[in-house]
Design a protein around this ligand. Structure first.
Ligand SMILES: CC(C)(COP(=O)(O)OP(=O)(O)OC[C@H]1O[C@@H](n2cnc3c(N)ncnc32)[C@H](O)[C@@H]1OP(=O)(O)O)[C@@H](O)C(=O)NCCC(=O)NCCS
Length: 363
């Protein structure tokens, strides 16, 4: 009664008693514990109950259609559609750590979704994930789910209610990304590296954005940041990549991976612009100028932009120099166009650079 679905490489099938070992291993993994409702600690008895009772029970009462993923002769995780009635289902997925990063889950989910739409008459599939579960959000995005927002205190987990992201896939939606998810790949040159942020950067982000100069010139930074603000900074970087809003890199020297600042490219829909801030350790070494130079090169050579703007407060000499040394041209002054962290209005100097000027031999 439980069908077997395959694309020739990945197979979805009914759970078997011998899957308990794989389920046990999967549920020891910290991300499975962090992002799902599995019992913690998770025992072999829990795993046996799951594969021998919970999964078959869902099929028996039509409440949840759960499949085991099989790949390369091994159990690769469990995925399911929870029947919400009236042509609606909630998708759920969890992979064995051995298949993470291989695309197996994505292929498995494609099989599941096509089966659900074709055989169960689904019209709408809903996806929920706890806020911060970027692996889950990226998989949903790849499958064509829209990102519909955040629902506060919605998903129960071990006695608490978690804020969660929500998205939907409709029967006729293309099964491909509906929006742009920007990348911030490693870019190196001139002794400087632009790279994605990692957890290890939190303390230096806090030092960098909390430094008095940054606090003075960048009024939008959180005031007196601590670890929570540092973590939130990293989450905002991800959110802005995921929504096509901003590419932000951390930068470091090539021979020392410690964070020295950040470079961002944003306003892709209107007037693409570069921005940056530096950790006090980076100052006065020309590093921010070179890091911004890599960002500018990426904007023209990789993204193919035809113009890039930059703005700095008229009295922020170091920031003006970063733009000027990189060949941006002064376009004019916007009077009282920004505020400092202490609330004074300051003039902004606007700069721009065109792709043909960037390409012209000059350096
Ligand atoms: C969710 C899950 C099934 C995804 O499977 P997976 O094999 O890891 O998925 P993929 O490798 O195909 O894709 C994950 C993507 O998220 C990205 N990602 C992971 N963590 C990230 C983070 N903290 N920030 C940004 N991106 C992140 C990965 O880089 C990868 O993207 P890429 O292929 O462009 O590099 C798996 O991670 C899992 O079982 N997690 C624990 C259970 C869980 O969270 N289930 C979902 C509950 S809603």
């Amino acid at each position: 009664m439980i069908p077997t679905l395959t694309d020739g490489d990945v197979t979805l099938r009914a759970h078997r008693p011998e899957d308990a070992q794989g389920s046990f291993e999967q549920c020891q993994d910290p991300s499975s514990q962090r992002w799902t409702t599995v019992p913690v600690p998770y025992s072999m008895a829990d795993a046996r109950t799951f594969v021998e009772e919970v999964c078959p029970g869902g099929w028996a009462d039509d409440s949840e259609w759960a499949f085991a993923i099989e790949h390369g002769g091994r159990y690769g995780g469990t995925i399911s559609l929870r029947n919400e009635g009236s042509g609606r289902a909630e998708i759920a997925y969890g992979s064995h750590p051995a298949v993470r990063g291989t695309g197996v889950v994505e292929r498995a989910l494609r099989l599941l979704l096509e089966w659900g739409f074709a055989e169960k008459g689904l019209q709408t599939v809903i996806w929920y994930a706890h806020v911060g579960n970027w692996a889950s959000r990226k998989v949903a995005w790849r499958l064509g789910f829209s990102y519909d927002g955040m629902v506060r205190r919605w998903q129960p987990q071990r006695g608490e209610l978690r804020d969660c992201w929500v998205g939907t896939l409709l029967r006729d939606d293309p099964r491909e990304p509906a929006t742009t998810w920007l990348a911030n790949p490693v870019v190196e040159g001139d002794g400087v590296r632009l790279r994605p942020f990692t957890e290890a950067d939190v303390a230096r982000v806090v030092e960098g954005i909390g430094d008095p100069d940054t606090q003075y010139w960048l009024a939008f930074m959180p005031r007196d940041p601590g670890e929570a603000e540092g973590r939130q900074y990293l989450e905002t970087v991800q959110e802005r990549l995921a929504t096509g809003h901003t590419i932000t890199w951390a930068f470091s020297a090539t021979d020392d991976d410690r964070l020295l600042g950040a470079v961002g490219l944003y306003r892709f829909d209107s007037e693409p612009e570069i921005g940056y801030w530096s950790h006090p350790d980076a100052r006065g070494r020309g590093l921010t100028t070179r890091a911004a130079g890599l960002g500018i090169r990426y904007a023209f050579e990789t993204l193919g932009l035809d113009r890039l703007a930059g703005f700095a407060s008229a009295t922020n000499t170091a920031s003006l120099k970063v733009l000027e040394t990189n060949g941006l041209r002064r376009a004019g002054v916007l009077r009282n166009a920004a505020r400092t962290g202490t609330g004074e209005a300051v003039d902004l100097v606007g700069y721009d650079l065109l792709a043909e000027e960037w390409a012209a031999p000059r350096r």
